[in-house]
Design a protein around this ligand. Structure first.
Ligand code: NUP
Length: 222
């Protein structure tokens, strides 16, 4: 599980080299609880680059590969992710029970947390028609938590009421995509995931501090 100190997870979608990435992350690391990396960065710096990041930056690393293949491929990827020093992985609920179960078991044995994507910050209508099923699926498979969109506050509230307090809810879509900073947590999420609003800012530290302020003092969240 991600330890909550600030409630902020940085979506680190950049095409920078390893050195610049490490410098940036170490400069903001006290303001965030986790670094979320994804395809963009993997395809930029490669697995070796990701390993250098996890070795050099003392933070929880969450791999947003939205894994949703057949069972044996999912398992292969989980093992590779573990080898890169990554702490948690996002998987697609849409892959279904048979494709997810083994990989989630393997991840748990290796100490890699699995967060299940069950609704998307834009589109994702197939997910929203099956919310109850996907939440139950995740709970029965033993995930650590769920990805719930900050752009759909009713989904955040609904999922929190379904899962109680034993699962972590991580919420992307804050800032550029329209979710108001602070409101996903006010509605029941544990963490807000923010990328461009911080990374593209002239002062990323100040942008992160502004979001932390909104998390502490949420205003007009519905
Ligand atoms: O539904 C989702 N929406 C979303 O934006 C699920 C996600 N995992 N994300 C991720 O959150 C997306 O891949 C990106 O890394 C981040 C949002 O980035 P930004 O809009 O804050 O820049």
């Amino acid at each position: 599980m991600i330890q909550r100190h600030t409630g902020l997870v940085l979506a680190f979608d950049v095409d920078w080299d390893v050195e610049k990435s490490i410098m940036f992350l170490n400069g903001i690391s006290d303001l965030i609880d986790a670094v979320k990396i994804g395809w963009y960065q993997l395809l930029t710096i490669g697995p070796q680059g990701i390993k250098e990041l996890t070795d050099s930056v003392n933070k929880y690393f969450l791999a947003d590969f939205k894994l949703g293949d057949v069972a044996h491929i999912n398992e292969y990827v989980v093992r590779k992710v573990y080898g890169l020093g990554i702490n948690g992985l996002i998987m697609h609920a849409v892959a279904g029970r048979d494709n997810l179960a083994t990989a989630i078991n393997v991840a748990r044995k290796l100490g890699v947390d699995v967060y299940l994507l069950i609704s998307m910050s834009s589109g994702g209508e197939l997910y929203d028609r099956n919310l109850d099923y996907n939440v139950s699926l995740g709970m029965s498979l033993g995930v650590s938590g769920f990805i719930v969109p900050a752009t759909k506050p009713n989904v955040v509230r609904q999922v929190r009421s379904m899962v109680g307090s034993n699962y972590q809810l991580l919420s992307p879509g804050v800032g550029v995509q329209g979710g108001k900073p602070g409101c996903a947590i006010a509605n029941g999420a544990d963490f807000e995931i923010v990328g461009r609003s911080i990374i593209n800012s002239e002062s990323p530290r100040q942008a992160a501090l502004n979001i932390l302020n909104a998390i502490r003092n949420p205003i007009s969240c519905s």
